[in-house]
Design a protein around this ligand. Structure first.
Ligand SMILES: [Zn+2]
Length: 358
């Protein structure tokens, strides 16, 4: 038996072939349509994406004499309903493609009716974390996993079961309209088009924009004089192109990361401003779902590491959560680990299509 798994992320996409035991036989990187990498929304990006994957899979099977696949698992770059509708995927296709019957398109193209699983990337992350995270992560049954990277995504797990809600949107914090007016970054908006979303204030991309904005302000107002070195460096990268993924944002966050670790005052101020709304979103989720544990993953959070966690804890302690004491709050958030979502989707395929429990 061969199961193909696609992990379609905002910055990278992978295709892997698994054998029945859950071992990866072959794996390759996919170069998929992305509006931030020169693709136009005038192309039919969802169908084009599927076509590229289909061709790559055929090539892989041919080269390694694999006689077709038995099932396909797909971790998509946006929320997915139970019926397999991809609600949106702004970080890869922009705002032009919404409510795509993506599961149906996949089943038809691959001729695998009833043998395709389409899930959200955070569902894959939660499923993978439950089974494959290192032993030091003790809480596996009740938790929320949050990625803070290009964007923000999350999923909650209750008693070992992922919480989906009616349309698969439950526990998603990225688009909670939570930013205070003074936390909105002028000229910047969320990938979904709104301005009060958590993602528009707390994601890695948002942080880079915030950093750029605050650097400009401090120059104008003569504040943060001790941060002039980082301010000058950041302002030199002056060709920001709006709310999209670009090398500039990555470059700013790399400079930013270095500055944060040197305890640069402006950078710590910016990071706290980016983290405060995230703390409030966590307080909301904890109040509603009472998961008791939040694992933070994603390049931005893990890159900042302990400093990110400490600021987040302080922010949570400042706002407080009803019926939780200091100890509860200190144990509420923890840094997770970078894990591939491939295995998570593989597990879901085995469970749903082959009734095999892990
Ligand atoms: Zn949004």
């Amino acid at each position: 038996m061969v199961i193909a798994i696609v992990e379609h992320g905002g910055t990278q996409a992978l295709l892997a072939l698994f054998n029945e035991k859950g071992e990866i036989i072959k794996q390759c990187v996919l170069d998929l349509p992305n509006i931030n990498r020169g693709w136009s929304v005038n192309d039919n990006l969802p169908e084009k994406t599927i076509e590229i994957i289909y061709n790559k899979l055929n090539e892989l099977c041919k080269n390694f004499k694999i006689n077709g696949i038995d099932a396909l698992g797909y971790s998509g770059p946006g929320p997915v309903t139970k019926e397999g509708t991809l609600i949106r995927a702004p970080n890869v296709w922009g705002n032009a493609f919404n409510n795509i019957q993506y599961l149906k398109l996949l089943e038809e193209k691959f001729n695998l009716h009833g043998k395709v699983v389409l899930e959200n990337d955070m569902t894959a992350a939660a499923a993978g974390f439950m089974r494959f995270a290192p032993k030091k992560f003790k809480e596996r049954k009740n938790f929320c996993i949050i990625t803070v990277s290009t964007g923000i995504g999350s999923k909650c797990v209750n008693n070992g079961k992922i919480i989906f809600g009616k349309d698969g949107l439950a526990g998603e914090i990225g688009h909670i309209p939570i930013l205070n007016n003074d936390e909105i970054i002028p000229g910047y908006q969320c990938g979904c088009g709104k301005i009060h979303c958590l993602e528009a204030g707390s994601s890695g991309n948002a942080n880079a924009h915030r950093c750029f904005w605050e650097a400009k302000q401090s120059l104008k107002q003569d504040t943060f004089i001790e941060s002039s070195e980082i301010i000058n460096k950041i302002l030199q990268i002056s060709t920001l192109k709006g709310a999209t993924y670009s090398n500039n944002l990555i470059e700013i966050n790399m400079l930013f990361n270095e500055a944060v670790h040197k305890k640069d005052p402006l950078s710590l101020y910016v990071l706290k401003k980016s983290i405060n709304p995230l703390a409030r979103a966590i307080a909301i989720i904890e109040t509603q779902y009472n998961v008791g544990k939040f694992y933070l993953i994603g390049g931005f959070a893990l890159g900042m590491g302990q400093i990110f966690l400490d600021i987040l804890k302080n922010s949570l302690l400042e706002i407080g959560i009803v019926d939780r004491n200091i100890n509860d709050i200190n144990n509420l958030v923890e840094l997770g680990i970078k894990m591939s979502g491939l295995k998570g989707i593989f597990v879901i395929v085995k469970e749903r299509i082959f009734n095999c429990n892990y």
